[in-house]
Design a protein around this ligand. Structure first.
Ligand code: HEC
Length: 137
């Protein structure tokens, strides 16, 4: 009987500890760390000032709104049919550095609808659109 009780206690304990472990995992998922840009992009900063956002809005409206939506919330008309869905880049830009954004927009995200834009857009246009992303809430 004693042994039986002891093993019940152990099982309960391990369940409790297991649940705590799961909780910790969920917490770290809520504050994801972004992958580091490769060396060719790391540390780059926008050479253009906030004024470039005006031109960037044009770029965004022409090339990005269909998926990312007017406010960048990931709810453009094409978004519904995509898997994975376009990111909310208004939220992303609050935590992402210029180098991260410049890298992802230039090179795209493999296996998703986010294509590499460096063949379509000039570097300057990518920095303009990044200046615009910085205005999104
Ligand atoms: C055809 C749809 C589509 C278009 C057009 C598009 N995107 Fe995306 N974008 C996506 C999807 C889908 C993702 C999510 C990729 C993922 O899950 O990592 C994404 C992700 C992103 C990210 C986040 C990348 C990351 O790693 O978190 C940025 C920044 C971004 N897009 C910017 C842009 C900009 C700027 C444009 C216009 C020049 C643009 N996108 C045009 C579909 C699109």
């Amino acid at each position: 009987m004693r042994v039986y009780l002891l093993s019940v206690v152990l099982v309960v304990l391990s369940l409790v500890l297991g649940a705590c472990g799961g909780g910790g995992g969920a917490q770290s998922a809520a504050t994801p760390t972004l992958p580091a840009p490769p060396a060719a992009y790391a540390g780059k900063t926008n050479p253009l000032g906030p004024d470039a956002a005006e031109a960037g809005k044009q770029v965004f409206t022409t090339y990005c709104v269909s998926c990312h939506g007017e406010q960048g919330h990931g709810d453009g008309p094409a978004a519904a049919s995509l898997d994975p869905k376009p990111k909310n880049i208004a939220e992303l830009q609050k935590v992402a550095g210029d180098d991260f954004l410049f890298w992802r927009i230039s090179e795209g995200v493999e296996g998703t609808a986010m294509v590499a834009w460096k063949t379509t857009l000039k570097e300057e246009e990518i920095w303009q659109v990044i200046a615009y992303l910085r205005t999104l809430k």
